[in-house]
Design a protein around this ligand. Structure first.
Ligand code: CAA
Length: 379
């Protein structure tokens, strides 16, 4: 067993760390306050290869492994989780899904510009009445021969307005239940497709989360991913990998808050000595660091299993379950260590605490992760 990162891994980690410090930290509070999508930052990340990290170079990707990806996700998430959710959806859900299951034409047309960040992708499964219960899709994709007629609404879609390429999960044959669902590539601008209201969120406020409406949108058959009826399986398989991305996001949020608390505890004096010299604070730091290390081991294990082409469904769900739980605890403790300063925006930890919550909700709630894990255990 080797816990050592390679030179290449360390280089990716350092590049992501530098980018986060130099390009994301300035303006992060403003973007959060004003709910401003990090357009320029995402463009630069595309140029640096962070938007299609694992995509084969022949489709303009970085050809990197999942370990490199989670290392970069952790560093970016330490500073700005609004940026990292955009990165995660583009890399794990959209690029990965297209590369694995798309046709050559779809890869040429969509994957190539998505892998460079020239275009941004969105993954659209959730609906007003189908979030966790993903088989209950109400959006319909009626088979009309050469095309599908798409009707319905999607909710809480990450990159909802900034995306140009949307993967829509929709029901074609309700009688077949989850085997009658398709995954379709929809382009912004297709007649009948309207981007709806932007959500005013508690956290990840720089990311743009929208509802999407489809009224008689004609989607060519060539835009279906996989065989007829493959859509649900596509969504589940893609989300398995997506959970590694969100687990690394939760890990990064926790680690970012911990690093700030550690630094602050060495600077701030109370009762005649630094906070870090008080045992009450030392115990908090020790617990926070232990939780973060445990989460990192789970995240790296899931990424490693994926790279080794081993079954990683349980490992990914466990990583997301645990990392998202400890992100709540660690960010809350980081605020506590900062005292009153922790409760104001300037010190960053209150934002990290708000951002942490979403990692227990999207790409499967905590309860869904437990369902996935227990199913695997009981198989
Ligand atoms: N991996 C692969 N296949 C899976 C799977 C998994 N983890 N879980 C289920 N499946 C397959 C099953 O094998 C079954 O296929 P077959 O019939 O061919 O055997 C099929 O899916 C249906 O399975 P179930 O009958 O068990 O389905 P279910 O309805 O009882 O539950 C679920 C499935 C695991 C709860 C699933 O609905 C689920 O994962 N829900 C959560 C969805 C989710 O993550 N939503 C978040 C939205 S995306 C998002 O947040 C992106 C973003 O913007 C950041």
């Amino acid at each position: 067993m080797n816990f050592q990162l390679t030179e290449e891994h360390l280089a990716v980690q350092q590049a992501a760390r530098d980018f986060a410090q130099n390009e994301l930290l300035p303006g992060v509070i403003e973007r959060d306050t004003e709910q401003k999508f990090p357009k320029d930052q995402i463009k630069k990340m595309g140029e640096l290869g962070f938007m299609g990290m694992m995509v084969d170079p022949k489709y303009n990707g970085g050809g990197m492994d999942s370990i490199s990806y989670v290392l970069a996700m952790e560093e970016i998430s330490k500073i700005d989780a609004s940026v990292s959710v955009c990165m995660s959806v583009n890399n794990s859900l959209v690029c990965w899904g297209l590369e694995k299951y798309g046709t050559e034409e779809q890869k040429e047309k969509y994957l190539k510009p998505l892998a460079t960040g020239e275009l941004i992708g969105a993954f659209c499964l959730s609906e007003p009445e189908a979030g966790s219960d993903a088989t209950s899709q109400r959006t319909t994709a009626e088979d009309k021969g050469d095309y599908y007629l798409l009707n319905g609404t999607k909710n809480w879609i990450t990159n909802g307005n900034s995306a140009s390429v949307y993967i829509i999960i929709a029901q074609t044959d309700a009688a077949k239940k989850h085997k009658g669902i398709n995954a379709l590539i929809v382009e912004k601008g297709m007649p009948g497709f309207v981007v709806g209201k932007k959500e005013d969120k508690m956290g990840i406020r720089g990311s743009d989360t929208h509802s999407l409406m489809f009224t008689d949108v004609k989607v060519p058959k060539a835009n279906r991913i996989g065989d007829d009826g493959f859509g649900f399986s596509f969504a589940m398989t893609t989300l398995n990998g997506g959970r590694i991305g969100i687990a690394s996001q939760a890990l990064g949020i926790a680690a970012g808050a911990y690093e700030l608390a550690l630094k602050y505890s060495k600077e701030r004096k109370a009762f005649g000595k630094n906070l870090s010299e008080h045992q009450a604070i030392q115990f908090k730091l020790a617990e926070m660091a232990t939780k973060i290390d445990a989460a990192r081991l789970l995240v790296h294990q899931a990424a490693w299993r994926k790279d080794q082409k081993q079954d990683f469904v349980k490992a990914a769900a466990m990583a997301k379950l645990f990392a998202s739980q400890i992100a709540q605890e660690v960010t809350s403790e980081a605020v506590q260590i900062h005292g009153g300063y922790g409760y104001v925006k300037e010190y960053h930890v209150e934002r990290l605490m708000r951002d942490a919550k979403i990692t227990q909700i999207y790409e499967g709630t905590t309860e869904i992760q437990k369902m996935v894990i227990s199913r695997e255990l009981l198989k």
